[in-house]
Design a protein around this ligand. Structure first.
Ligand code: DSN
Length: 433
């Protein structure tokens, strides 16, 4: 890799000054290289994207926006922020992009500040059904200062749409409560979202329609999942999940007035100085996402998720809603073993080098720290170059761990062998190993 010498020098530079910190960096690099990353919200960014965050753009305050800053010396910060905005607009085919949110939750906090007054009602999917904490959880500002009403998934097991969005119920909830904002887009929902249906409901009840596409941003940017535009008034996302950029947030809209309000809500409403080293990295990642091969990658992410889900079903695990259309799946462990919990499964799998997270399944009788399910995603394994045959192997390894209740110690070696066959792009150079 052409930038490998730069990566090597980052490690060496840190090591020469601070061996203690450098050894932690090296250990984390080795952990990532030697384990199977199945957390649906994680990925392996390119070396260029990662290293862009270690640049002199971190040294500068650039409060404000391009052409209207509160500090001198922002000429190149204006250039890079405009480049990131232009690439984001090209990717998502929209008119306005704010690239400054530090994270997805920050983007959503700005959304609330821009569009709602404290106490206003909004509609969303509850966290326990696959939503996100910034969509109205009581301990989050969205649930503390605003008034969420939640719409359900289809609850009837005999319905063909079991555990999918229930658009009739969404309409009923919205017509009863007349929310000012209707949110769609989720953290643990494996099916296609029908943004046009959401817009019809929003228009009928008089709500602004917002989509949080944090999980599916890469799929959306490449047309592998339908776009929220032109249906949604506002779209928020993270940049580090399927989009494979640096850790950060992004706000998109086609509406000039909303754009003004959203910009003010990001700065000075909820943030101070932008993280310009991250904006620099966002520009680079968006450039990568505009390349044709990024679409092939996203198609493979979905094909891999479907292959993994299919292989798990063959081994008697239930996948909620019967499968997946995107990059993730929710595995209901109870069909395999009624006693098996997500917490135990997560721990045993981690010991074997398979990294994932416990997750409630819809209507889960167990609490969030225990759960009956696992959430699995394929973006990171696909970045390593794995395809459908490897997904069958991964399902077999998962099953060996869970069937043996974590006692099959040989799995750890098999995981290492699989990882060695599909090295991380740039690994070794990235940590100086
Ligand atoms: N924590 C993220 C996830 O894992 O889905 C959402 O922000």
């Amino acid at each position: 890799m052409s930038d490998a010498p730069i990566a090597q020098s980052i490690h060496d530079l840190v090591h020469a000054q601070d061996p203690e910190a450098a050894s932690i960096l090296k250990a984390e690099g080795e952990r990532q290289a030697s384990t199977l990353e199945l957390i649906a919200s994680e990925n392996h960014a390119s070396l260029a994207t990662m290293h862009a965050m270690g640049t002199c753009f971190t040294n500068k305050y650039a409060e404000g926006y391009p052409g209207a800053r509160y500090y001198g010396g922002c000429e190149h910060h204006d250039e890079i922020e405009r480049l990131a905005q232009d690439r984001a607009k090209a990717l998502f085919k929209c008119e306005y992009a704010n690239v400054q949110p530090h994270s997805g939750a920050q983007a959503n906090a700005a959304l609330f500040l821009a569009l709602l007054n404290p106490g206003d009602t909004f509609a969303s999917l509850e966290l326990s059904d696959g939503g996100h904490l910034s969509h109205g959880l009581k301990v989050n500002i969205s649930g503390k200062w605003f008034s969420p009403v939640h719409y359900p998934l289809v609850r009837d097991e005999n319905d063909a749409d079991f555990e999918r969005l229930d658009y009739d119920a969404i309409r009923d909830v919205c017509m009863e409560h007349k929310p000012k904002l209707l949110m769609c887009g989720y953290s643990a929902y494996p099916r296609v979202i029908d943004f046009a249906k959401f817009r019809a409901i929003a228009d009928e009840c008089g709500a602004i329609l917002h989509a949080d596409i944090a999980h599916i941003a890469g799929l959306v940017a490449t047309g592998v999942h339908p776009s929220p535009f032109p249906h949604c008034h506002v779209v928020t996302t993270t940049t580090h999940k399927t989009l494979r950029g640096p850790r950060g947030g992004l706000i998109l809209t086609n509406d000039a007035d909303l754009n003004k309000k959203l910009n003010r809500a990001v700065f000075p409403g909820t943030q101070g100085g932008p993280l310009m080293h991250v904006v620099f990295s966002k520009a680079i990642a968006f450039g990568e996402a505009l390349r044709p091969e990024f679409r092939e990658y996203q198609q493979q992410v979905v094909a891999n998720a479907q292959a993994l889900a299919g292989s798990l079903v063959e081994r008697n695990y239930r996948i909620t809603s019967g499968g997946t259309d995107n990059h993730l799946m929710l595995v209901d462990l109870r069909t395999k073993d009624a006693e098996l919990t997500g917490a135990d499964a997560e721990k045993w799998l981690e010991d074997a080098g398979i990294i994932c997270n416990k997750n409630g399944v819809p209507q889960d009788p167990r609490p969030p720290k225990t759960t009956s399910g696992l959430r699995l995603g394929t973006p990171a394994l696909t970045t390593r170059g794995m395809g459908q045959p490897e997904m069958q192997r991964v399902a077999e390894l998962i099953d060996r761990v869970l069937s043996s209740k974590g006692t099959d110690g040989a799995v750890r070696n098999d995981v290492r062998t699989l990882c060695d066959a599909f090295p991380l792009p740039g690994h070794g150079q990235a940590v100086g190993a």
